[in-house]
Design a protein around this ligand. Structure first.
Ligand SMILES: [Zn+2]
Length: 473
């Protein structure tokens, strides 16, 4: 291709605090419209905002995890604009002195690694929500007014849809690991704005960029980048100019359309909010947060490889989501057999999760239960294939494996005398296989073991069966 794509992202993430950024209203998602509001977040005259401490702590946590410089002094500013979802007619945000600046996040795309620069992270309040499809004109739900956000702004360092997607996934993972946001994209807890331009390969100067706002899935992000870069290249190839504008991405139709051009853009007339004191952070406060930062995915990955000899691939897959990583660690703690835990989580469990379209968080059994299942197999109380059946029931009912084994009579048959009777019957019924085996055709033993497993509904201990066959031919 003759063109290079240049992408920067602005990521809005709702913080996982119980109360809003400047008042005590609840932030719980999905409550009845306008029930989580008060004079402060409705912007009534005479009210005063008070900054939620947790918001500062969470922003600092995210900043440290993204290798940012944390400001000892930052302030809150008013961004003035009128819109029906913003009763105050201004949003409290941060303008020239954000709380975090100049960070770095490393991504791995295919076989190369790359560092994406973080320009800044600032804190701000969310706006309300307009409901257009009620049949009663447009209604406003102000529950979301004042829900705390961080906005993460990157340098224009990404060069493809794959890089943008990988970066976005990495940010989600960091925010989850640091417990800053629940990152529920279907609830709008994580939203992406894409700034995109193209330029001829080898050119230094950046092309004119467009902005697409509020993409709320990785897939939409990837598709929007692909379609918008194609559109810009197409326009340039035809000799047209790219207009600096905000575009809306329509994921259903796979295309974007113009919302407003730069000429119509707002002048927000930022000024420091006179009702709020600046945010002054001592170094000791920042260090305290750094010291208590939950273990990040790349630290855990390294741990898994060094402590438990996991392959890089396995360690990668297990640390993508914090829920999976925690489940894995707790199960290893319970049974002391990391290799088996990897096999179960990455094999049967992940297949079942995919099939049911649920995540590790929704699993009905505990890490202790999985540890117990592995223990039962290791001490030969049940076979691996019975273990798989037990797991299925654990997924359905959440019952403990020992209970399931006991209830369904699935215990492994280890008793030689009991098994010998079955082995002898099977040998008698299959003289040809016995003959083959005697003549050194080792394949025949597999068939005979299979027959015995069939007789015992998979409960026979395969080692004992093998031994008995060899002893009795
Ligand atoms: Zn409120």
């Amino acid at each position: 291709m003759d063109y290079e794509i240049v992408i920067g992202l602005e990521i809005h993430s709702e913080l996982d605090t119980n109360s809003k950024i400047f008042c005590g209203c609840s932030t719980t998602f999905g409550a009845e419209e306008n029930t989580q509001t008060c004079p402060v977040c409705l912007g009534l005259p005479g009210t005063l905002p008070v900054l939620n401490k947790k918001v500062v702590e969470y922003a600092v946590r995210a900043g440290i995890a993204m290798d940012c410089k944390i400001a000892n002094f930052s302030k809150l500013d008013r961004k003035n604009y009128f819109y029906p979802d913003l009763p105050k007619a201004y949003q409290i945000s941060q303008f020239d002195l954000p709380i975090c600046q100049r960070g770095d996040v490393e991504i791995e795309v295919g076989d190369y690694k790359k560092t994406i620069g973080i320009t800044r992270i600032h804190i701000e309040e969310d706006a309300g929500k307009l409901i257009h499809d009620s049949g009663e004109g447009t209604l406003a739900d102000n529950n979301r007014c004042g829900v705390p956000l961080i906005e993460i702004v990157t340098e224009p360092d990404m060069r493809s849809a794959a890089e943008a997607r990988t970066f976005a996934e990495k940010i989600k993972s960091i925010l989850e690991y640091t417990e800053v946001s629940d990152c529920k994209m279907q609830e709008g807890s994580l939203r992406f704005d894409v700034n995109l331009s193209v330029r001829k390969n080898g050119t230094k100067e950046l092309g004119t960029r467009t902005e697409m706002k509020n993409l709320n899935s990785f897939r939409a992000l990837e598709r929007a980048v692909e379609a918008e870069s194609r559109r810009q290249i197409f326009e340039l190839e035809r000799g047209n100019r790219i207009i600096q504008e905000t575009r809306k991405w329509d994921d259903d139709n796979g295309e974007s359309f113009s919302l407003r051009s730069k000429e119509e853009a707002h002048d927000y007339r930022y000024f420091p909010d006179p009702d709020l004191v600046p945010i002054v952070l001592e170094n000791s406060y920042i260090k305290e947060i750094e010291d208590h930062l939950p273990k990040l995915p790349w630290v855990r990955k390294k741990d898994y490889m060094e402590k438990w000899n996991l392959s890089e691939y396995d360690a990668d897959v297990l640390t993508v989501s914090k829920d999976t990583a925690s489940f894995f660690e707790k199960t290893v703690e319970a049974c002391g057999d990391p290799k088996s835990v990897v096999n179960w989580i990455m094999g049967d469990i992940s297949a079942a999760l995919n099939e049911q379209n649920i995540s590790m968080k929704d699993v009905k059994f505990s890490p202790g239960d999985l540890g117990e299942l592995i223990g039962l197999i290791n001490k030969k109380a049940i076979s691996v294939s019975i273990g798989k059946q037990v797991l299925k029931q654990m997924m359905e009912t959440g019952e403990s494996p020992s209970k399931i084994v006991e209830k369904s009579g699935l215990s492994q048959m280890n008793d030689e005398d009991e098994l010998k009777k079955i082995v002898l019957t099977v040998l008698e019924k299959n003289p040809q296989s016995v003959e083959d085996l005697k003549n050194g055709k080792e394949k025949a033993i597999g068939f005979l073991v299979g027959q015995i497993m069939k007789e015992t509904k998979g409960k026979a201990n395969p080692q004992v069966v093998n031994k008995l066959i060899k002893d009795n031919i």
